[in-house]
Design a protein around this ligand. Sequence first.
Ligand SMILES: *[C@@H]1O[C@H](CO)[C@@H](O)[C@H](O)[C@H]1NC(C)=O
Ligand SMILES: *[C@@H]1O[C@H](CO)[C@@H](O)[C@H](O)[C@H]1NC(C)=O
Ligand SMILES: *[C@@H]1O[C@H](CO)[C@@H](O)[C@H](O)[C@H]1NC(C)=O
Ligand SMILES: *[C@@H]1O[C@H](CO)[C@@H](O)[C@H](O)[C@H]1NC(C)=O
Length: 436
Amino acid sequence: MYPSLFIHTVMLSASFAANAFGQSDISDPTTRAEFALSALQIFYNAGTGLWSTTGWWNSANALTIVANLAKVDGNQQLQSLASRLFANTLVQAPPQNPQPGVEGNHNKKREDLNDTLVIFNSTGAGSGYNKIMDNNDEVVTVYPEGWNKPTGAYIDVMQLPIYKTGEKAKIATADVNDWIDGFYDDDLWWALGWIAAYDVTQDKEYLTLAESIFAAVATTWGTNCGNGGIYWSWQKSYVNAIANELFLSTAAHLANRADDKASYVAWAKKEINWFTASGMINSRGTINDGLTSNCKNNNMTTWSYNQGVILGGLVELNRASPDDSYLALAAKIAKAAIAELSDDSGILHDKCEPSCGADGTQFKGIFVRNLQLLHEAAPDDAYVKFIQTNANSVWMNNRDDGNMLSIDWAGPFINPANASTHSSAMEALIAAITVK
Ligand SMILES: *[C@@H]1O[C@H](CO)[C@@H](O)[C@H](O)[C@H]1NC(C)=O
Ligand SMILES: *[C@@H]1O[C@H](CO)[C@@H](O)[C@H](O)[C@H]1NC(C)=O
Ligand SMILES: *[C@@H]1O[C@H](CO)[C@@H](O)[C@H](O)[C@H]1NC(C)=O
Ligand SMILES: *[C@@H]1O[C@H](CO)[C@@H](O)[C@H](O)[C@H]1NC(C)=O
């Protein structure tokens, strides 16, 4: 499929965990997740710093997923791979941003495939990047033609030094415009990714970048709905759940890590107060996609990720500024979501399966990632059962001989898997490590 890439990454993954075939008998959650990481890295293109076969924001999630595995698996090779990977993505990915810095006031530009600069106008239009909702309430991200094709020379991640705090000069100084693209959910996925990289490495460079991304998005605060919350994008045409949940989660994560705790706690509280009053949480306790133009719940799909991001946000906010109501709300949403989105065997689904396009493929893992955080803060046997049931089904029913994971966690495996279906399903395997 990707011959040269394949060879490079097999070198990379072979030194990490031999990708032998047919591991149905493996029951140790950590070993399962390590095999899944080796498979994930087949998609990693060190020359772009992104995972091929998936989108810009999805790669922020793949980076978060590698970090989350590194947090629970002390394997030295894995730690080394993760640290190098973060440094490599920080340096290599900026030219791939499909619409850099549209929040700012300068001329926007992006490097084209042949290293020429593409300039687009003050509205961002002309960049070729957009997100639209299709007739099934599904987000469809449209990328510039030829986006995320390998550029430049191959770089072996394992040959890169591991950058440490204090060696700041060695990392290209991160420019916030490289990580924001006018769609505030994309921006905040990257902010959370860099926070996860900070958690693993304790390198302040990543934390500072996350703070800058958050600050850029925070300047957009205030919608036509009660003058609070944020829009989905610079287009100011849609107020949706995902962007606002990510705003909460990023603020709350920063409150527990960055210097200006009080300011981040204040942002997180402002967001959760606005969010709970907005009507996005329905009478069943699940969260719809967003609001109508006159600020009512639009009754659109309750995607799994919209039941997830808020959980991690509430857990982090409770840690920064304890209040029993935060974890109670999180538990209510988590249980309503498990009831609404699981099949009779307890397996999580999104309604777009099996054709979720380039975006919906990512959602389920995000729910499980955040449920894991809730379980750590407020343990519940129902979450353990849910996580183990889904992880076992992913491994036993939704995996091919090369340990690739596909879209439907109940199975059967649907060929081909891609970096999005795979990384998402891998999140169930990682969560299972923490509840074993
Ligand atoms: C490459 O560069 C030229 C300008 O020299 C430009 O017109 C073209 O669109 C660029 N992109 C690709 C994919 O060829
Ligand atoms: C920006 O570019 C798009 C497409 O190239 C064009 O339709 C639009 O009118 C331009 N807007 C401004 C303000 O120049
Ligand atoms: C919301 O959508 C569901 C189906 O997705 C439908 O059953 C329900 O009646 C709708 N509710 C409202 C208030 O429109
Ligand atoms: C990844 O796989 C899913 C499920 O098979 C598919 O719907 C999606 O379009 C694929 N993604 C890309 C970018 O091709």
